[in-house]
Ligand binder design. Sequence first.
Ligand code: 5GP
Ligand code: ZN
Length: 113
Amino acid sequence: MTCVFCKIASGELPTDFVFADDLVVAFRDIRPQAESHVLVVPKAHVESLWELEDPALAGAILGACAAVARSEGLSEGFRVITNAGAHGGQEVPHLHMHVVGGQPLGPMLTPPA
Ligand code: 5GP
Ligand code: ZN
């Protein structure tokens, strides 16, 4: 198994989880881009949102994002982002949602270079 998020989700790479259930884990981004920056990751290897077809897993992921936002205390607001594929700028090819907040986040999109 070479996928880094599979290794984290399976416990092969020891990681502090801020949330975990049967289907999903969540942990802090190694290069945080806001005061709070958590990645919500399905335990099963799904490459990106493009490949996500299981509605139960989709619900578990979105519910975990909400649980993380609450446990991080993001009552002033937050953002949930997923990057998919080359045009989406996805770096890690294992589906993950970024839950970011803890400060004003500015405009959602920066213009393409
Ligand atoms: P993407 O561009 O694929 O949406 O974002 C991947 C994110 O994963 C990046 O924000 C990056 O900092 C984070 N990341 C990459 N490798 C690791 C890792 O080994 N551990 C953690 N905690 N985050 C990682
Ligand atoms: Zn994986």
